[in-house]
Design a binder for this molecule. Structure first.
Ligand code: MSP
Length: 528
């Protein structure tokens, strides 16, 4: 491995109190698209996801299911959370579980360091706690129900009143350093609305916060007080460093990995957990004298009936309910293109079906089947040599250049829908080109054979570019296109093709063996 800093992307680690729904899948897919894109720019990439297994919420769920927390988390991770990665075609480099030895060790080392650095002291906590959020709530965070009960606004459930002696983290010491940091790094939290929210929260002054729980046993014990465990968020956030070797000595392979990967380039999070990632987490890192993440990106929620989709509210849809009908590629395409990353969005079967039919089955699928079928029919499946290019051919090459540049800059700023729109625009341009060039008419006139060959070459070479550009979003379908146009033996594996060189025309060599295949995106007649 080279010593070059890896581009490090993380998802939140998911609570294993239940099986994944498409809100969770949404973040994991976004991270996968982002990391595949960066890999195709020739960068070293590290993509981490995992599960958050300690705390009251998981402990109570296990109990309600008549199992020990250890058995319960093991079952859920293996039966639900790991399989969903395969369902969605996610190529993560690692999967961290907070119950693992490497994590628990790192957590103990970290908090001992903060205690040694003078940032941890003992006191009493009295106040509200939401088990759904696993969060000590501030009075201003709550809403009141019609019968006067204090509710968590996210879970619409009553908070619990805690009164316990525990250990505190001196968060207040970091008000000024954090404000200074965000003044200097105005892109460290995105989108802008999230940045503003974070800065205004910090500006109102930070209070110290409890970092341990005495009434909970399912967690990592404090190294200096084994009657208490680390508060679940202050255990979970550390996954981003324990997974890559924090806590190991610097001259071991794990320690070397930490130096090569940290800091994170992007922490992807839902907007509900922004404060943990953009306030508490950097303060913890400052206290430990570690570098801060370069960016926290807060995306919106998938909504059902105007509210956050959630298992608690019984509105969760399992990813397989969608992939069983549409496939993983269409799932990835739909959620990354139909919802602007950073804003809320609603899922509907009708919208998914309409976009699938128009953009994938008719738009892209049709282009692939027309191009390959015509090369098979008119040229025995051998990609012909192009003749001289006309303006129409050159215009298409220009639109590829523009589309690839737009796609790259959009993907780099996590604007997935704009990135996909740029690529889709090129697919539409190629379809228009085919309609105007009418290769099926050229095939009827022997004198037009050189022109027919040029048009067929342009179509397949365009598909070569489309496969490279869409690979991050739809890896399985694009790998199939790659093999249908005969690219693999000449150009090597698709995932290794650089997106920044995609517009260089003429990469697919004449003579490549082109084959037809089944429908890339089979028509789906009925919405389920
Ligand atoms: N365990 C914590 C995260 C710890 S990270 C150090 C947690 N887990 S969670 O399972 O409740 O949520 C994980 C992520 O899923 C969050 O980013 C959350 O925003 C996201 N989503 C949960 N429901 C969602 C939607 N309906 N829509 C989009 N994302 C949603 O919080």
């Amino acid at each position: 491995m080279s010593a070059r800093k890896a581009f490090y992307v993380t998802t939140p680690i998911y609570y294993v109190n239940d099986a994944p729904h498409i809100g969770h899948a949404y973040t994991t897919v976004a991270g996968d698209v982002l990391t595949r894109w960066h890999r195709q720019r020739g960068e070293q990439v590290w993509y981490l996801t995992g599960t958050d297994e300690h705390g009251t919420k998981v402990e109570r769920t296990a109990e309600a299911n008549g199992m020990s927390p250890a058995d319960w988390t093991h079952k859920l991770v293996h039966e639900s959370w790991l399989p969903v990665l395969a369902t969605l075609d996610v190529a993560n480099d690692d999967f961290i579980r907070t119950t693992s030895g490497r994590h628990r060790h790192g957590v103990a080392v970290f908090w001992q360091r903060l205690k040694d650095n003078g940032y941890v002291y003992e006191d009493v906590y009295e106040g509200p706690y939401c088990v759904g959020c696993e969060e000590f709530k501030l009075p201003g965070d709550l809403i009141e129900s019609s019968d006067g009960e204090q509710l968590c606004p996210i879970h619409s459930k009553p908070v619990e009143m805690l009164s316990e002696r525990n250990w505190w983290f001196k968060l207040s010491a970091f008000t000024e350093p954090l404000l200074e940091h965000y003044k200097r790094h105005s892109h460290a939290v995105e989108p802008k609305s999230a940045y503003n929210e974070v800065v205004s929260f910090i500006s109102s002054g930070l209070s110290d916060i409890s970092m341990s729980r005495s009434a909970v046993s399912w967690g990592v014990p404090l190294p200096w007080d084994s009657d208490q465990v680390v508060y679940v968020w202050f255990d979970a956030l550390l996954n981003y460093i324990t997974a890559i070797g924090f806590g190991a000595s610097p001259d071991t392979p794990e320690g070397e990995r930490f130096d090569r990967i940290w800091p994170a380039d992007v922490h992807l999070v839902g907007k509900d957990i922004l404060r943990f990632h953009a306030v508490y987490w950097p303060a913890m890192l400052m206290a430990a004298e570690l570098p801060l993440p370069r960016k926290v990106f807060a995306h919106g929620w998938l909504l059902v009936g105007g509210e956050k989709m959630s298992k608690t509210k019984l509105t969760g849809i399992a990813p397989s309910q969608i992939t069983d009908t549409f496939g993983a590629d269409a799932f990835r395409y739909y959620f990354m293109s139909a919802i602007h990353f950073g804003q809320d969005g609603s899922f509907s079967w009708e919208d998914m079906h309409a976009r699938y039919t128009a953009e994938l089955a008719n738009g892209l699928g049709n282009l692939v089947s027309r191009a390959t079928a015509m090369v098979v029919k008119y040229c025995d499946g051998i990609l012909p040599e192009p003749g001289p290019y006309t303006n129409a051919d050159r215009n298409l090459q220009d639109s590829l250049l523009a589309a690839s540049e737009r796609a790259d800059s959009a993907m780099m700023r996590l604007d997935f829908s704009a990135g996909i729109a740029a690529i889709r625009g090129f697919v539409e341009a190629v379809n228009l080109y085919v309609t105007e060039q009418e290769p099926w008419k050229l095939a009827k006139d022997d004198e037009q054979t050189p022109r027919l060959h040029t048009v067929l070459y342009v179509m397949c070479e365009s598909l070569r570019a489309i496969a490279v550009l869409y690979n991050a979003v739809m890896p399985a379908a694009m790998t199939s296109v790659w093999s249908r146009i005969g690219a693999l033996p000449h150009l090597g594996p698709l995932a290794e093709r650089d997106v920044t060189e995609v517009s260089r025309w003429g990469q697919l060599p004449p003579g490549a063996l082109v084959a037809k295949g089944g429908a890339l995106f089979p028509r789906i007649e009925e919405t389920p």
